[in-house]
Design a protein around this ligand. Structure first.
Ligand SMILES: O=C(O)CCC(=O)C(=O)O
Length: 270
């Protein structure tokens, strides 16, 4: 997939571009099956809100080794639709995955992610420049009711805001404080809900402000995030680095795969 000039200028202006139904129903079924399989594994790469409860976040399904490795996810993030688009918006062909994660926001119980910028945390990982981008792919239909992601258009243009460590939700993270957020929301167009059919995707800048609410619905809401960095921008050493599953040290440039990779992965034993 080649982004059009119009899509590239939208990415520069709004900080994101949406691709309705980028992945087919069949591909989504394969990826969702893999999430089901891997979520039952006991691994440090899987975060659960409640001990022995359902998985909330599964890291590192995109690699070919490790407990959570999945051939379908390995293929999905290397498709021209995903890796090609990331290369294009970052203007660099040598990319690696800083991390990938699958967020399963479970029915009724799945909790919110407060407003944040991904680069808030990634800069603390030792990454100097905001040359990262994320492709999020919906594996379930996303609605406002089931806790879809919201993006604040244009917010990436003000750069990184100093984050604070928010411990108010089960999944603790570096977030942007309430008074800064009130100011940002007042000065920018309304936040845009990333709703759509399963298979829909969006690519967004690492300084774009985003958040999501509680899943009030009776169905799980699952989304995958592929977070790309340029090899040239790989992290410097930091004290107490986060684990490899969230701050990858696999800095080898990723090779472009086949657009049929997910469909073909179904015949590869996991
Ligand atoms: O999946 C969501 O609703 C939000 C996730 C998110 O923003 C993150 O993991 O950084």
């Amino acid at each position: 997939m080649e982004l059009t000039t119009e899509q590239i200028s939208r990415y520069d202006r709004d900080g994101y571009v949406v691709f309705p139904e980028l992945f087919s129903t069949q591909e989504v079924a394969i990826l969702s099956g893999e999430v089901d399989r891997v979520s039952k594994i006991d691994s440090e790469c899987i975060f659960r809100e409640v001990e022995n409860g359902p998985a909330k976040t599964i890291f590192r399904m995109h690699e070919s080794d490790g407990a959570t490795a999945s051939p379908a996810f390995h293929a999905a993030c290397r498709t021209p639709r995903v890796l090609g688009a990331a290369r294009q918006v970052l203007g660099d062909n040598a990319l690696y995955m800083h991390h990938s994660k699958v967020n399963v926001k479970s029915a009724i119980q799945g909790s919110a992610w407060p407003w944040h910028q991904d680069f808030g945390a990634w800069n603390l990982d030792g990454i100097a420049a905001p040359n990262l981008t994320t492709m999020v792919v919906l594996l379930d239909d996303a609605t406002e009711f089931n806790g879809c992601l919201y993006l604040l258009p244009g917010s990436h243009r003000e750069g990184r805001h100093d984050p604070y460590f928010d411990e108010s939700t089960a999944y603790k993270l570096w977030a942007v404080g309430p008074s800064r957020m009130r100011d940002m929301i007042a000065r920018y167009p309304d936040p845009v809900p990333l709703t759509g059919k399963a298979g829909t995707a969006a690519i967004f800048h690492c300084n774009n402000l985003h958040a999501s609410g509680h899943n009030l619905s009776a169905q799980d809401r699952c989304q995958v995030y592929f977070c790309f960095n340029t090899v040239a921008n790989r992290p410097a050493d930091v004290e107490n680095p986060r684990p490899d599953y969230v701050r990858s040290q696999n800095w080898r440039p990723m090779q472009l795969g086949d657009d049929d990779g997910v469909l073909n992965s179904a015949s590869v034993p996991a």
